[in-house]
Design a protein around this ligand. Structure first.
Ligand SMILES: Nc1ncnc2c1ncn2[C@@H]1O[C@H](COP(=O)(O)OP(=O)(O)OP(=O)(O)O)[C@@H](O)[C@H]1O
Ligand SMILES: [Mg+2]
Length: 550
């Protein structure tokens, strides 16, 4: 008895005293303290994340407005670990009355509440960046934006982190019109470096997955890299979808019901969800323990639970997948050829599927091999007859809704799936050290990111299975190419060895037999060519029987 008392007794400070410290804080204050959750940590990583947030916004805005994106990125060094970043787009611009909340308020935007395939999804990308700029430099971010209706305005924006609200200063109308948005921000505690996780690599990958975009980048040394668009046609504009009943939780059901304009639960269900037809409503009506014609705003938790249970017992057509906009096999192939310059490339876009029962997704996988494929790690400048020798290792280029994922590779479902493939079966004995680029793009109206930093995708079973099956499909093609290449090399080597030794054998034979050198050489070459032809025929037979087995 006495022991128990000591464990749970509260002989310490009184709760009233402790709770004098009780305070509410805003989401902006939270992320100010936890900026690592937005991917804003590590000097190089932070800079790449800044570019990622700004460029994804520009691409999303252009695509939603049906504009072929023209994006310019400029990074200028102000001082040591102190830079100015500017991103300019030709998008739809931001209306004057929305610009404050769009850029200067965390968890606000046009995407979070909609199921539509966009790169951004949370409403904290650019606002997180503006907050980071002001906490490292004390300076506001400069914005120029113009829409077709409004005049072009310039303003400075910062965030009041206590209230998570925008502070706009120096607003003025510009004489010179600009349709689109320019965001210019200063940052300390960042560094510009070339290499694996650099802005350069991020933009190279963005160019691969967005062949319809034109991207220009000026680095702090003034060096300009341009990625002209390789296709002139805009991708289909992603459309918003309603949620599929299978993916909805009780809490979401209640919250949808509270905001519905419908007067009956039955019409609320058919209006708010995809695929909720009359038959499904009838079935739900039979299953639940309340009148399906009641006002959805009056739905209780228990009744919402009843509806969700009824949904589980009801047959629905699979979610609508027409609204997914993959890059497309031909376009990826074209980009990979133009940017990676491989020897071999093969790409497959798989048919759409559904994960967690409610979200449509689609997977695209490509492999590029040889040439400029893989990541260059060193160049041996001591040129041999084929020129300088490059050492390349494999790279996995991951994308979510066409936006490159550069960080947290180990935690990503895509990496795990690529690494789980038995590459030896496809002619690659050591995947890590092979000159191969594996391209994976997952598109969805809701990407299951593992964190707010949007750097890795969760390994949802259905997504992993689709990536794996598509990977096996493209890898088989790669395997056939590698085997053929090996055979060609062997044939070439055989021809080289024979032609090297024929003159020596001829000389020896002519000496010992006294026969005419030219005649001997002619006969011997005929024999050699005959032998090579026989070998080739034999190889062909083996190839054909292997193909037949497949
Ligand atoms: N360049 C731009 N052109 C037009 N609108 C923009 C641009 N950049 C941002 N916006 C608007 O500002 C909103 C907020 O952007 P923000 O990056 O904070 O969030 P998001 O893109 O919606 O989601 P995420 O946090 O996942 O990036 C966007 O939803 C969009 O409406
Ligand atoms: Mg964004």
């Amino acid at each position: 008895m006495s022991k128990k008392e000591t464990i749970i007794s509260a002989d310490g400070i009184d709760a009233d005293v402790l709770f004098t410290e009780f305070k509410e804080h805003s989401v902006a204050d939270f992320f100010k303290k936890n900026r690592q959750m937005l991917g804003l940590y590590g000097k190089q990583r932070t800079l790449t994340t800044i570019i990622h947030e700004l460029v994804t916004n520009s691409l999303d805005a252009c695509e939603e407005a049906g504009i072929l994106p023209e994006i310019e990125v400029q990074i200028s060094e102000i001082d040591k670990e102190y830079y100015e970043v500017a991103v300019k787009d030709n998008g739809p611009g931001i209306p004057e009355n929305k610009v404050g909340n769009a850029l200067g308020k965390l968890l606000a935007g046009t995407k979070f509440h909609r199921l539509v395939q966009t790169r951004g999804q949370q409403g904290i990308g650019v606002s997180g960046i503006i907050l980071f700029s002001q906490i490292t430099t004390g300076k506001p971010t400069k914005v120029v934006t113009g829409t077709t209706k409004d005049k072009t305005i310039a303003l400075e924006i910062s965030i009041d982190s206590k209230t998570n609200s925008p502070k706009i200063t120096n607003k003025q109308t510009l004489e010179k019109k600009h349709r689109g948005t320019i965001i210019k921000s200063k940052f300390k505690e960042i560094i510009y470096k070339k290499g694996q996780n650099s802005v350069d690599e991020y933009l190279r990958r963005t160019a691969i997955s967005n062949p319809h975009a034109s991207i220009k980048f000026q680095d702090p040394f003034g060096e300009v890299t341009e990625y002209p668009r390789t296709i002139k046609k805009l991708p289909q504009i992603p459309k918003e979808v309603k949620p599929h009943p299978r993916g909805v939780s009780v809490d979401e059901m209640l919250s949808f019901a509270r905001h519905s304009q419908a007067r009956k639960v039955s019409s609320f269900l058919s209006q708010s969800f995809d695929r909720f037809g009359n038959k499904a409503i009838e079935n739900v009506g039979k299953f639940v323990h309340f009148d399906i014609n009641k006002d959805p705003k009056k739905l209780t938790w228990e009744e919402a639970e009843d509806v969700v249970k009824a949904i589980k017992e009801t047959k629905f057509i699979a979610p609508n997948t027409d609204n997914l906009v993959p890059i497309g096999q031909k376009h990826i192939e074209k980009s990979l050829r133009a940017i990676v310059e491989p020897e071999f490339v093969f790409v497959t876009t798989r048919k759409p599927s559904v994960y967690k029962g409610g979200y449509a997704f689609q997977v695209e996988v490509g492999v590029a091999y040889g040439g400029g494929s893989g990541r260059l790690v060193s160049v041996d400048k001591k040129a041999d007859e084929d020129g300088p020798r490059e050492t390349r290792v494999s790279e996995i280029i991951r994308y979510a809704n066409k936006a490159p994922l550069l960080f947290d590779a180990g935690a990503c479902g895509i990496t795990k799936t690529v690494q789980s493939v038995d590459w030896k079966r496809y002619g690659i004995s050591n995947f890590d050290n092979a000159p191969v680029s594996v391209f994976v793009n997952v598109v969805s109206v809701h990407i299951p990111y593992t964190s707010a930093g949007k750097t890795a995708i969760a390994d949802e079973d259905e997504i992993v299975t689709d990536i794996k099956l598509t990977l096996m499909d493209v890898s088989r093609k790669l395997g056939t190419y590698i085997i053929q290449k090996k055979r060609e090399a062997e044939k070439k080597e055989k021809r080289r060895v024979f032609s090297k030794y024929v003159p020596e054998i001829v000389a020896a034979l002519s000496k010992s037999t006294g026969k005419n050198k030219e005649l001997l050489e002619k006969n011997l070459m005929t024999m050699v060519l005959e032998k090579l032809k026989l070998d080739e025929e034999e190889d062909k037979k083996i190839e054909q029987s292997e193909d037949a087995k497949k």
